[in-house]
Structures are given as structure tokens and as C-alpha cells.
Write a protein of this length. Structure first.
Length: 260
């Protein structure tokens, strides 16, 4: 797909930096299947391009991404999500050789937080809000969140965030070590571009190997964890609470969970 054929993202290049901007403003950049395919295709195209040395992934001022698209997920069954290996394609981002920098302003919730954590660095604007609110929908993180957040911030904070679904501002995310740097929101994308340009100016091979080395430290045991998490995520689609939680969101009412 050529760079101007995407419908849910915008793709640009600044010298040796590839830029992917999520562009579903009507849904706060909620991650649907089409957007996933486009982000992965664009990132893999940059990854295969020796003229690109770093990739910046960003959203809008209001939202990096407000999570997986609940309207797309709401009616899915357990068999659907297993048969589709629903959202499994996101894992490809973890395998990119090229360093990736997430530039996060506004909401990075659920799959949005997980997408930021799939990147190598997170540059957060001071308006950024992180969280894993899946529990409020009767499901759990499904793009690696329970694994990457726990490794990033430790069990105590990960349990707090994942079991309560609360939102965390950028200063707390900074304190916990989830983000690389916090900057004034108006500078987020520019800072990310400068960092990416800095990285892209280094040896592509060394940067790729350095990234691989850091990731080995971070990821030992991760693959198994994500596989288990994915199956548990799928199993939430066998519950009434998933049906209720997502239906309630779509109807803009409070969910009435029956704990079954
Ligand atoms: C679909 C979404 C959405 C989402 C927002 N929208 N988030 N649509 N999926 N995740 C839509 C709303 O329905 C609304 O469209 C429009 O975007 C603006 O959102 P509002 O709610 O009106 O905005 P606001 O009041 O400012 O609240 C912002 C918000 C809230 C706090 C971010 O939208 C929210 O709570 N969103 C859901 C966050 C969430 O639960 N994320 C986790 C998803 S589960 P309309 O047309 O109705 O006006 C997940 C699982 C990952 O990510 C694992 C998958 C494998």
C-alpha cells in the first residue's frame, strides 16, 4: 500500500524518520481492525526501508488512542475472537528492527496504552493520561498490557491500574518509569521527532542490536505471558459481563455486572 492510500492513519517522512499519525478523530483514534492493519503495514514498510532509522507513532492532541474499538468488539463471541486471532497482528510491532518512539498527548487507554508500550520509547505530553480500563468493560488487556505494564511499573502498581481501571496522569507515569520523558504537550511531537532523528542518525545496525539487547532483558518470558493473556482475553468473550460491559458502553449507561 502506498503512503497516501491509508484511510485511518497519515504517513509522512522527515528525512530518516518515518511518522505514523493515527487519524480516527471521531472515535478518539480507537483501534479497529482496519487501523491495526494500516499501522502494521506502514511500520513494516518503514522497517524494510534502509533510508528510515526511526519511527514516530502519534495521535492527536486529545487522544493518542482511547483503546481498542469497543463498538467493533461489542458483538464478538468467544469463537469470533479465537478464530480471528483478534488483534494478534499488533504483535508484529514488537518485532520491528527500527527503533520506535510513541508521542503521546491526551488519552492512551486500554489498547492505546498497550500500543504506546509496544514502542521502544514513550514521550508523554503533560496532558497525557494512561490507563488499562478494560475491567470496566468486563474484559482484560489483550495486546500485552498485563505483561508490559507489570514489567514496566512492577506488580503493585500494575495490579492497582489493571484491577481498578483508573486513569494515571503523565507525572505519575513518569515517576513509575512507564514513560521516557514528559514535556509540555505542545512540544510532544517535536521532541519525539528530535529524539527519533537523533537515533536515526546513529548506526542502524547498532541501534537495532541495542534495541534487541534491551528487549531481551525486558521480555524474557514475555511471549508465553502474552499468549496466556491473549487466551484469557478471549475467554472473557465467553462471559455475560463482557456482553453487558460493552453493550452498556455503547448505550451510554452504567453496566450491571452479574459476575458470571
Ligand atoms: C469506540 C470510542 C472509544 C473506544 C471513545 N470512543 N473511545 N469508540 N471505542 N475505545 C468514541 C465515543 O463513543 C464517542 O463517539 C467519541 O469517541 C468521543 O468519546 P466520548 O466518550 O464522547 O469522549 P469523552 O467524554 O471526552 O471521554 C473520553 C474517554 C471515553 C474517557 C476516553 O471515550 C472512554 O472511556 N472511552 C473508552 C476507553 C476504554 O474503555 N478503552 C479500553 C477499550 S478495551 P460517539 O459517536 O459515541 O459520540 C481495550 C482492549 C484492548 O482497549 C485489548 C484488545 C485485544
Amino acid at each position: 500500500m502506498s503512503e497516501n492510500e491509508y484511510s485511518t492513519i497519515a504517513v509522512d517522512r522527515r528525512d530518516r524518520v518515518g511518522v505514523i499519525t493515527l487519524n480516527r478523530p471521531e472515535a478518539l483514534n480507537a483501534l479497529n481492525t482496519e487501523l491495526m492493519g494500516e499501522v502494521v503495514a506502514a511500520a513494516q514498510a518503514f522497517d524494510a526501508d534502509p533510508g528510515i532509522g526511526a519511527i514516530v507513532l502519534t495521535g492527536s492532541d486529545r487522544a493518542f488512542a482511547a483503546g481498542a474499538d469497543i463498538k467493533e468488539m461489542a458483538d464478538k463471541t468467544f469463537s469470533d475472537v479465537v478464530a480471528e486471532q483478534f488483534f494478534g497482528a499488533w504483535d508484529a510491532l514488537a518485532g520491528l528492527r527500527t527503533p520506535t518512539v510513541a508521542a503521546v498527548n491526551g488519552y492512551a487507554l486500554g489498547g492505546g496504552c498497550e500500543l504506546a508500550m509496544l514502542c521502544d520509547l514513550i514521550i508523554a505530553g503533560d496532558t497525557a493520561v494512561f490507563g488499562q480500563p478494560e475491567i470496566n468493560l468486563g474484559v482484560i488487556p489483550g495486546i500485552g498490557g498485563s505483561q508490559r505494564l507489570t514489567r514496566a511499573v512492577g506488580k503493585a502498581k500494575a495490579m492497582d491500574l489493571i484491577l481498578t481501571g483508573r486513569q494515571m496522569k503523565s507525572d505519575e507515569a513518569d515517576r513509575l518509569g512507564l514513560v521516557s520523558r514528559v514535556v509540555p504537550a505542545e512540544n510532544t511531537v517535536q521532541t519525539a521527532l528530535e529524539i527519533a532523528a537523533d537515533i536515526a542518525g546513529k548506526s542502524l545496525i547498532a541501534a537495532g542490536l541495542a534495541k534487541e539487547a534491551v528487549n531481551r532483558a525486558f521480555e524474557s518470558g514475555l511471549t508465553e505471558g502474552v499468549r496466556v493473556e491473549r487466551n484469557l482475553f478471549y475467554s472473557t468473550f465467553a462471559t455475560d459481563d463482557q456482553t453487558e460491559g460493552m453493550a452498556a458502553f455503547v448505550a451510554k449507561r452504567r453496566p450491571d455486572f452479574q459476575h458470571r
